[in-house]
Design a protein around this ligand. Structure first.
Ligand SMILES: [Zn+2]
Length: 303
């Protein structure tokens, strides 16, 4: 699982800071999460292959989270894309994007499939044999969802050396891989667990931006491996959270702590602050394992 931050600042794009967009690589998928203005430039800059993006998840329809989408869709067309592109986002996104395409007489020559969201409950929006994606309903000034990406538990793997040691014939290997027990030369049963290795612990990633402090998301993201939670403000601006429906870094840390996350990544910083180091300092007073997102930063969580 690998996360590339393309942009992680609030509001307007600036010379050295970009609005929200990130790429999550998980079980051979490249999921694009949010698509602020300039996302396609950032994708080029950090050498993300356009052709590997087949699913785009949009949290909400504020410009700093989706104004890059019409441009990216249009570029896909110019690059001669023919594969389906799936877009998951709030109801209205289809109307917004199709109006752009219609006025410019630039319909895509590839299938553009919208999955419009309007539920206030968490729902399963994507599933294949290795990964699921669920929405995380957030509380913001407009209808907003975070997304919870979760690997499925992989099957146990056969330990050939151990199987040989037990005298299990290789004709049984396929059955053992399917979960059956083995039998040695004397006819004694060897339990499957003794002949196979534990699969790696499934990893998960929760993207939570934009939102006020909201404990209702805890059951959905419980025990998450990596939590990205917005921290627009420092503690000194906490009074702005209720009006703007954003969080402080300390509140993000409280969510990480209560969700039993292994790692918290902060982002969506207000551009009023000169340095982002203080976000980490304040969050660490509440939760020990904190990283700062920054444009171009890559987090590699291994296989
Ligand atoms: Zn917003």
């Amino acid at each position: 699982m690998k996360l590339t931050i393309l942009g992680c600042y609030a509001a307007t794009p600036r010379t050295f800071t970009n609005p929200t967009s990130q790429v999550l690589e998980i079980k051979n998928h490249l999921f694009l999460i949010d698509c602020g203005e300039g996302t396609q430039v950032q994708l080029r800059k950090y050498k993300v292959k356009f052709s590997r993006i087949n699913h785009i998840f949009i949290s909400h329809l504020h410009g700093d989270h989706f104004f890059g989408l019409p441009g990216l869709i249009s570029t896909f067309r110019l690059l001669g894309r023919d594969k389906e592109l799936h877009i998951y986002g709030p109801k209205g996104i289809k109307q917004a994007i199709t109006l752009f395409l219609k006025l410019g007489d630039s319909w895509t020559n590839y299938p553009l499939i919208f999955h419009e969201l309007e539920s206030k409950e968490s729902e399963l929006v994507f599933e294949d044999e290795k990964v699921t994606v669920r929405t995380v309903p957030l509380i913001h000034r407009v209808y907003t969802n975070g997304f919870f990406f979760e690997e499925k538990e992989a099957p146990r793997t056969l330990d050939i050396a151990i199987a040989r040691k037990f005298g299990v014939d290789k004709s049984q290997f396929n059955n053992i891989k399917k979960g059956m027990d083995g039998v040695d030369a004397s006819g004694k049963t060897i339990p499957n667990k003794k002949l196979t290795l534990d699969p790696p612990e499934p990893k998960s990633y929760a993207f939570c931006s934009d939102t006020v402090y909201n404990e209702a998301i805890l059951p959905i993201i419980k025990d998450v491996t990596v939590l990205y939670h917005e921290s627009t403000f420092l503690d000194s601006e906490e009074h702005l959270c209720e009006k703007t429906k954003h969080s402080t870094s300390k509140q993000a840390a409280q969510i990480a702590k209560k969700a039993n996350a292994s790692l918290l990544i902060l982002g969506h910083y207000s551009t009023r602050y000169k340095s982002i180091e203080l976000f980490k300092k304040e969050a660490k007073e509440v939760f020990p394992v904190v990283e700062l997102a920054d444009d171009g930063k890559v987090f590699d969580f291994g296989n």
